[in-house]
Design a protein around this ligand. Structure first.
Ligand code: PLP
Length: 450
């Protein structure tokens, strides 16, 4: 049940306009107010249903209305609502073990509250690790243009989207960016198959220019998601891993979106057969039923933080990290994913969605379709030949039309600053085959009405 209120919708919206600072769209006079959800469908305050093609912000992976998750949270809150992470709590211990099973490795788990937090922690741990490991000059990080890694000063510094950063400069120093592996608009003017994976080679060039002895880590998502679903060539991540090994650089993989089944495997990097040094995760960890994130650090790295006699511990505390109820929620979420074979389901849904979306290439404004697991991106252009990004008005028209038909889709990209010309899809794993057809037929209708 939602909190009971005697206020009308109009009165609530008036209060909303007066007091609430919305993310990204503060001037929207008519925000959707959602009051309930079941499986892949959400319902607004007027009773209108929408298929949530974005799982909120790429996060409600097991779908809405899972009573067993609510029950797990309630039971844990009643047992004990809070324990500082300098102590222990049972769900956080069990979850750390479970995450190791999913990561198929040997990792220490540091808990925080959000994806941004998890990345901040990764940067601090990487710097301190090198410091205490006899290489104090290593403080720089390399990330990609177009990538999003969070909103806090360090995570935003790693982010490669200028328009998100420009009014908050100066951010943290020591963050270098390289061009993304974006085959549709290859930053090196090459064509895949005949390119020598120049986008990976460019990372090595930056390392050499900067001085390898100054680089602490490279951070990347397996696939750039929010920056426009940019899927790298199959061998790209292996090459990045080789570069990291060659120069003693830590590979930090941001699994905030790609983790927890979204990619068709437990974690996105598992599709490329690499082992990261640090993995950051949030969103799908709890399917967003409660805030929680984690930074998983290879155990050998952790050893450097526990040398006896030295004051080498990680000097970082956050009040809510490892919250017992959030960890209980995460455990139940992972149990559901396993019990209902939702990773296999996400993989199947991703393949089906891709096959159906490819049909949209008949429209002149659909330049490229990209996908990774159950994530898809549709890049809109003025025309296929010039590849000029579609105007914001055209993108908005498709989104508005879909919304009118009861489908929520996303918009990302910034191919050219200000042009968010990539439509995104990341539906819940509970999506049915019929709902998949609804997504594609709604998009078809929207494109034919352009
Ligand atoms: N990393 C990636 C890849 C993300 O997409 C996001 C958020 O969208 C973050 C980090 C930051 O997560 P949060 O919003 O939970 O701080």
């Amino acid at each position: 049940a939602t909190p009971s209120t005697s206020l009308s919708k109009e009165e609530l919206l008036e209060l909303d306009q007066k007091y609430v600072w919305h993310h990204m769209s503060p001037h929207n006079p008519n925000p959707m107010v959602l009051v309930s959800g079941k499986n892949s469908t959400v319902t607004d305050i007027d009773g209108k249903n929408y298929l949530d093609g974005m799982s909120g912000l790429w996060c409600v992976n097991v779908g809405y209305g899972r009573e067993e998750i609510a029950k797990a949270a309630a039971e844990q809150i009643q047992a004990i609502p809070y324990v500082p992470m300098s102590q222990g709590n049972v769900p956080s211990i069990l979850l750390a073990e479970k995450l190791n099973e999913w990561l198929a490795g040997d990792y220490r788990i540091f808990y925080s509250n959000s994806g941004s937090d998890a990345n901040e922690v990764a940067f601090k741990i990487a710097r301190q690790y090198h410091h205490q490991n006899g290489e104090p000059l290593r403080y720089k990080f390399i990330s990609r243009y177009r990538a999003y890694h969070g909103n806090s000063m360090g995570a935003l510094s790693a982010t490669g989207q200028a328009n998100r950063k420009v009014k908050y400069e100066p951010l943290s120093s020591g963050f270098q960016h390289v061009a993304p592996p974006y085959c549709y608009r290859c930053p090196f003017g090459k064509t895949y198959g005949d390119c020598g994976i120049q986008c990976a080679k460019a990372i090595e060039d930056v390392i050499n220019y900067e001085g390898a002895e100054t680089i602490a880590g490279i951070i990347m998502e397996p696939v750039i998601t929010g920056g426009g679903v940019i899927v790298p060539p199959a061998e790209y991540l292996t090459k990045v891993r080789e570069i990291c090994d060659k120069f003693g650089i830590l590979l930090i993989v941001d699994e905030v979106i790609c983790g927890f089944g979204r990619s068709g495997k437990q974690f996105g990097h598992q599709n490329f057969g690499i082992k990261p040094d640090i993995v950051t995760m949030a969103k799908g960890m709890t399917s967003a039923y409660s805030p929680l994130s984690a930074t998983a650090v290879r155990s050998e790295l952790y050893d450097v933080f526990k040398q006896p006699g030295a004051d080498h511990h990680f000097r970082h505390v956050n009040t809510f990290g490892g919250n017992p109820a959030s960890c209980a929620v995460a455990l139940k979420n992972l149990e559901i994913i396993e019990k209902e074979n939702l990773i296999e389901r996400a993989s199947y849904l991703g393949d089906e969605l891709r096959k159906k979306l490819d049909g949209l290439l008949i429209y002149k404004n659909v330049g490229d379709i990209r996908s990774f697991g159950f994530i898809a991106g549709i890049e809109l252009v003025e025309d296929k030949k010039s590849k000029k990004p579609a105007s914001p008005e055209m993108v908005l028209k498709i989104i508005t039309e879909c919304k009118a038909q009861g489908l929520i889709i996303g918009r990302n990209g910034d191919t050219v600053p200000g042009y968010n010309n990539i439509l995104t899809l990341s539906p819940p794993f509970t999506t049915t085959d019929e709902e998949l057809d609804f997504i594609v037929s709604t998009l078809n209708k929207a494109f034919s009405n352009l």
